[in-house]
Design a protein around this ligand. Structure first.
Ligand SMILES: [Zn+2]
Length: 464
């Protein structure tokens, strides 16, 4: 009898376990919904290009089409995140604001539900969204720039609509690998920091991957990150550079999948070697291979809820130059220095010279498995290294830090880079067009940005 009793109990337990597992699997399949889409955003004809101020003519042909891509993820309670990636130089603040406003009106979404990231390809069209950015252009170029932004806005919204239309039960998981073609590009020299490969400089070689599968286990979307400028190329053809080729390779390897590239904190990172199309393709293959390697590692499955937070960090600028100093600089034989001084004087006289900038930060938690932080601007690698170091805990979530998100208005140096000086520390400010940058940031820039990040990480703690 005892034997029979325990057999009955064991059999009952097995049935109970089976029922429990089935219910859990059903719950997993029901708990996430995901939808992904891609829309071509290659300009229809020749376009003035962004990335190098020295270009003197519009694009000649297309090497690789440019895309806007969207992944919408929704949890079991309806919380939503819309990830938009762009094969473009920038996400100007006004472009994000346009998309944000449209999503608020059409879908009642809040700013924290939207993350926009750009690959920072230097072979895409210019994106001029403000009067400041259009100032001084000849009428043809101005008209082309305005028309492109209108088309771009429509195509991004269409891409988002298509992704929402594809929402279906999904399984999410996180995987990662590494790729090593990014190298620090700040080389110390007797005359200051040069833009040259520095094999001893800091890098972030992580390739984080968000894997999205349908209920049958087929991959439908892959989001992958890397911290490196898309500057293999500087030619006159439109092209997504290594990130474009990497996305193409991942999509070819997984037919029907949308591959989205999420730029990391690569403000001070370049791909090396560079300057030929073959090298751009090679770096793309290297990154795609790292994505495949990640996909072959054990999956960290993502369960639970989404939690989103969004806010701005007030970044102070250092004290601006005086009127007299700017008038002197205006006489410079360097045309970029002279033009920058002229723009600053105009702002000074109008009383509109900025003293701080509201820099947006997004935080998204995917269950208890992934803590995703999206930083604004051309953030340098110190930021992702520090945020990961300070937030990765044993048995805690994986930490994924993107840069180039939501408003790419200027380089954002760490305190170290700011004090070292050079291009990313403030030298590049003269080339920024969407908003006239008054000069370098103040030394509290890293503290200000990371205080906001930490606050949002706390705000996004899941409700128990
Ligand atoms: Zn850059």
């Amino acid at each position: 009898m005892p034997l029979r009793f325990s057999t009955v109990v064991a059999a009952t337990c097995l049935v109970a376990v089976c029922i429990f597992r089935t219910a859990a699997a059903d719950q997993d399949a029901k708990s996430w919904q995901a939808g992904a889409a891609a829309v071509k955003i290659t300009p229809d004809g020749p376009a003035w290009m962004a990335g190098y101020a020295s270009r003197t003519e519009p694009s000649i042909g297309v090497e690789l089409d440019l895309f806007a891509k969207t992944l919408v993820v929704r949890d079991s309670m309806g919380e939503t995140v819309v990830l938009v990636t762009l094969d473009l130089i920038s996400v100007p603040g006004p472009l994000r604001q346009h998309v944000e406003k449209s999503l608020a009106e059409s879908r009642k979404l809040k700013p924290e539900n939207l993350v926009m990231n750009c690959s920072h390809t230097h072979c895409g069209p210019e994106i001029r969204t403000t009067g400041t950015a259009l100032d001084g252009l000849d009428p043809d170029r101005r008209a082309m720039a305005i028309a492109y932004v209108e088309t771009l806005q429509q195509r991004i919204l269409s891409c988002i609509d298509q992704a929402f239309a594809k929402l279906a039960p999904a399984k999410l998981s996180f995987q990662k690998a590494r790729a090593a073609f990014a190298m620090n590009r700040r080389l110390p020299s007797p005359t200051g920091y040069q833009n040259s490969p520095n094999p001893d400089g800091r890098v972030d070689h992580d390739v984080p991957v968000l894997r999205v599968e349908d209920a049958e286990g087929t991959i439908t979307a892959v989001v992958f990150g890397y911290a490196c400028h898309n500057t293999t190329l500087g030619f006159q053809k439109l092209c997504g550079d290594y990130a474009g080729f990497a996305q193409q390779a991942v999509e070819e390897a997984h037919p029907g999948t949308v591959a989205l590239f999420m730029m990391g904190c690569g403000g001070d990172q370049n791909p090396y070697p560079r300057r030929t199309l073959d090298l751009a393709k090679q770096h793309g293959r290297t990154l795609a291979t790292a994505v495949e390697a990640a996909l072959s590692t054990p999956k960290r499955e993502i369960a639970g809820r989404l939690s989103v937070a969004f806010g701005t960090a007030k970044l102070d600028y250092a004290e601006a130059q005086s009127k007299e100093q700017l008038q002197e600089q205006q006489k410079s034989t360097n045309k970029y220095d002279a033009r920058y001084a002229e723009r600053l004087l105009k702002e000074l006289e109008a009383g509109t010279l900025l003293t701080s900038y509201p820099a947006p930060v997004s935080v998204v938690r995917f269950g208890d498995a992934v803590l995703f932080v999206a930083l604004p601007g051309e953030t340098v690698v110190d930021y992702s290294l520090r945020i990961k170091r300070e937030n990765r805990k044993a048995d805690g979530p994986e930490v994924w830090v993107a840069g180039y998100s939501n408003d790419v208005f200027a380089y954002i140096p760490s305190l170290r880079v700011l004090l070292e000086g050079g291009y990313e520390a403030g030298g590049a400010m003269r080339y920024m067009t969407t908003v006239v940058q008054p000069g370098p940031f103040a030394p509290n820039v890293e503290d200000r940005l990371l205080e906001r990040v930490e606050q949002l990480i706390q705000d996004s703690q899941p409700v128990k």
